[in-house]
Ligand binder design. Sequence first.
Ligand code: PMP
Length: 437
Amino acid sequence: MSNALPNSAALFARALRVLPGGVSRNTVLRCDHPIYVKEANGVTVTDVDGVERLDFSNNMSSLIHGHADPATVAAVTEQLGRGTAFTLATEAEILFAEHMCGRSPNFEKIRFVNSGTEAVMAGIKAARAFTGRAKIAKVEGAYHGAYDYAEISQGSAPANWGAHDRPNAVPLVAGTPDGIVNDVIVIPFNDPKAATAILDDHKDSIACILIDPIPHRAGLVPIAAPFVQALRQWADNNGALLMFDEVITFRSEVGGMQSQLNAKADLTSMGKMIGGGFPVGALAGRDDVMDVFVKGKKGLRLPHAGTFSANPVTMIAGRVVMERFDAAAVARLNGLGDYARDSLAQAIKASGAPASVTGAGSLLRLHLKPDAPTDYRSAHTDSAETRAMDAFIDALYDNGIVLVHTCTAALSTPMERAHIDRLAEAVLTSLRDIQAY
Ligand code: PMP
């Protein structure tokens, strides 16, 4: 960062003494040091050095109505005085479950957990418990959180990713057991022919196919309908389940991206925005599959708990936020997303820089590549590109914009066209800044 932020720098020096790398999540690291927040409101976040920025990250896409949403603050404040978590159930959980199940015919039942990672983990385990099979299939490079199985191939690189039509299962972390690597089948994105050929080799052993309909690590490119249809068909023909990870993409439609695709999901993991700014995850799906959580004739196939699962603070915040993210709000925000992608394409053109923009609905991602990527491999950046990207994001911070570290933006409902215009101006200035660099 070119602008000095002495208060943030001083906090980071203290943080380094007690936190590995100075942080609890690497996603807040910037070139020099993280920026520390003093307060945030609506579309802006102000740091401890008094710099105000427009927030297009919204805590990694989790604040659909922006910061300190007044209705959420009021509802949560009231609950805080009545207790925050109990070893007893609350009506808040039922009310939120009723709301969420009403958003999609695919959500016959729902269970709440505390993060997207946990939701994906519960989904994979539910698929295994239901089918009695161990393997899962996932798209190369797709991010699904930190469960060992879901992490496979998340960080694969040219040196180890193998052939496009036969991607290797690459562990993210040293020491990942071989058993895990062997039980994850990696398929290429939006390539139905190659994907089904790979799946055919594991016909009797796949519990579920896990897909993110707009995988951000794979370029933030929408999934193609024929790809979804091919996977749906394959799952039906081979006794496997199809699981949508809509932790980010649930914002695409009232019932998530799956309803835009008119797709049948057996299981859906959610998180981020559905918690109204509080830690959350959820797994929704077919009644008979969700039955694995219930003690019945077949016993209890999947014991499942979680100390803070369905705590009333998250349940109330989630409902207050989601009820106001109705069809009209979704449509308006998606329209603003179209405007943003157009504006950024114009800014890129005006800058003359080799850059592109991808995304759909209220999500977009900038790439320092002249041709918009179409999958994980074409979105992958080598070390020079990664350095240029870091410099670009830092320039955007200097120009008053906060983005996700992958250069991704997730719009919030308090945003107007004027905010998008400021983003486009900052992108133009920042692209010029880094070219002059
Ligand atoms: N799935 C997807 C698609 C995600 O983007 C993320 C988080 N970025 C997760 C799962 C994991 O969610 P969490 O960080 O809440 O564990």
